[in-house]
Design a protein around this ligand. Sequence first.
Ligand code: NAG
Ligand code: NAG
Ligand code: NAG
Length: 386
Amino acid sequence: MCVNLSLMLMLLFLSGAVCSERKVTYQQHICAVKGSSVVIPCSFYYPENLQVKKVMWGHEKSNIFDGPFIFESEMNETASRFQYIGDKEHNCSFKIHDVEKNDAGKYAFRFMTNDKSSYTGTAGSTLKVIDLNVSMMRPNDNRVTKEGDSVNLTCINGCDSDHLSSAFTWFKNGEPKNEGPVLYLSNMNPTDSGNYSCSLKTHTGTASRVININVEYAPKNTSVSGRPLMEVEAGTNITLICSSHANPPVDYTWFKIDESHVLDVGHQPELFTADGGQYFCIATNKHGRQYSSVVTVKIKERWPSFNRDVLIITLSVAVLLIVIAAVAVMKLKTRPRAEETNCEEDSEDADYVNMPDFCTKQSQQRSQGEAATGSSRQTPTMMRKV
Ligand SMILES: *[C@@H]1O[C@H](CO)[C@@H](O)[C@H](O)[C@H]1NC(C)=O
Ligand SMILES: *[C@@H]1O[C@H](CO)[C@@H](O)[C@H](O)[C@H]1NC(C)=O
Ligand SMILES: *[C@@H]1O[C@H](CO)[C@@H](O)[C@H](O)[C@H]1NC(C)=O
């Protein structure tokens, strides 16, 4: 109000001339975090005999006297980020929602009274739009963050003279994580890596720039696996894969244990081999190295050793059986010959009259079996002897 005690006294003398003055009072400087909403407080005065017909808010980018205005009463109000929260008495406060960077600049209020005259409070109110800022404090001021390190992130609202009085929310990879001006990350592990930002608790749209925290660490869980398997048939290639968790990524070295030597056999994460034997890999980055355990690659023969043994035994048994059979046949062949000899001896010792029947039969049978001619020759001999 333009009326105070001294003015009241003057009013008595000047018959209200003082309040015939039109006037708009502002807060000269306004600051807002991008994405938040802000109120531009404002009051206005005019001769008391007048009535306010129309109120307007303009931005210095357009003409604050003639418009176009960013807000105009008596107009069909469309959905807008700009809201008049004053009245048509003396309150001309104005609110801007979801403040954008290019909302910055000077705003001025203009009003029209029922005497058709208009007035703009040219002093205006200047809006500054800022981003929340994050400052990172590392204990050793190292440029890299390692496992076990601690880092403090502080959210700074540049609009706030007392920087820690705002209520903040902290985000990790876009997910709310914590509240308060400072985020303490102590004894960090690899899962703490991520993109961190803060916002005003009241307006999550005010998110700060992102701070990327990349927790580096020496290789872990270094191991070897084989594809398709650790044991393959001869002629099948085997792929050994060295895997390791590390940040930054590791360099690989493959070794083969050959008799008493350890041979460097590769520098890729995968090793292709057709040789059986013992292998291991080493994963190395700037923070350390880790050995995998030793793995054994087996190349199976085309004839698996189990079958070969069976084959050898079978062949041995077969050979043995053949030998036994051969011996048996030989024995069968030699026995009748001995009997025949005896028979012949007997027949020679005998008086050639009583020649036993079976001897004649056997020798005949034998002769018939051996040769057809034999029997015909023997018969005359025997006849001659008789
Ligand atoms: C003007 O109106 C707004 C919204 O109703 C209110 O917050 C503000 O305090 C008022 N200003 C004055 C000076 O009365
Ligand atoms: C972090 O941000 C960077 C760049 O904006 C992006 O490439 C990366 O994928 C983000 N990381 C996560 C975990 O969201
Ligand atoms: C890595 O190894 C550690 C032990 O050194 C174990 O606790 C952890 O589960 C392993 N992680 C994976 C993904 O295998």
